[in-house]
Design a protein around this ligand. Structure first.
Ligand code: C2G
Length: 129
């Protein structure tokens, strides 16, 4: 079984998130999502609209997602890759090259980001309408 992992905040889920989750799952058989905790979001300078538990519940309802684990910090990825016996790490292309050190532990793939949508854009568009 080929196990894939990806990480993110996944707030206000949109088709860009679904596209990356779908393609990540298509790369293997089992997809784990490392979901940023509310505290880690603060560290990332992101204020999610939905709290962790709600974002987790939404992700777990998506057909491509097999398991959701908490992402507490930048450093946990190697431990996660070993703990969950991960074969492939996937991120959107806005992270191109940023996690290449993980290539020592598993395959690393950056997939094209979906243009024209982001959680920030949703928030701004709603503010301005
Ligand atoms: N994404 C995408 N297309 C978009 C928006 C997001 O492909 N239009 C992808 C991102 O590239 C990322 C994933 O969706 O791979 C989740 O994006 P975010 O929720 O914004 O997560 P991010 O803030 O990038 O956090 O340790 C990694 C971080 O937790 C990633």
């Amino acid at each position: 079984m080929k196990k894939v992992i990806t990480y993110g905040t996944f707030d206000l889920i949109h088709h860009g998130h679904i596209n990356i989750l779908r393609r990540a799952k298509e790369c293997g058989d089992y997809l784990i999502v490392g979901l940023s905790s509310d505290e880690f979001n603060e560290l990332k300078g992101k204020a999610a609209y939905h709290a962790y538990e709600e974002r987790k519940m939404i992700l777990e309802s998506i057909r491509y997602v097999d398991e959701v684990i908490p992402e507490h910090n930048w450093e946990q990825k190697v431990k996660d890759i070993k703990k969950y016996d991960i074969d492939l790490f996937v991120m959107g292309s806005d992270w191109e090259g940023k996690f290449d050190e993980l290539k020592e532990h598993c395959e690393v793939v950056y997939l094209p980001r979906t243009d024209g949508i982001s959680t920030t854009k949703i928030k701004m568009d709603l503010l301005n309408n």
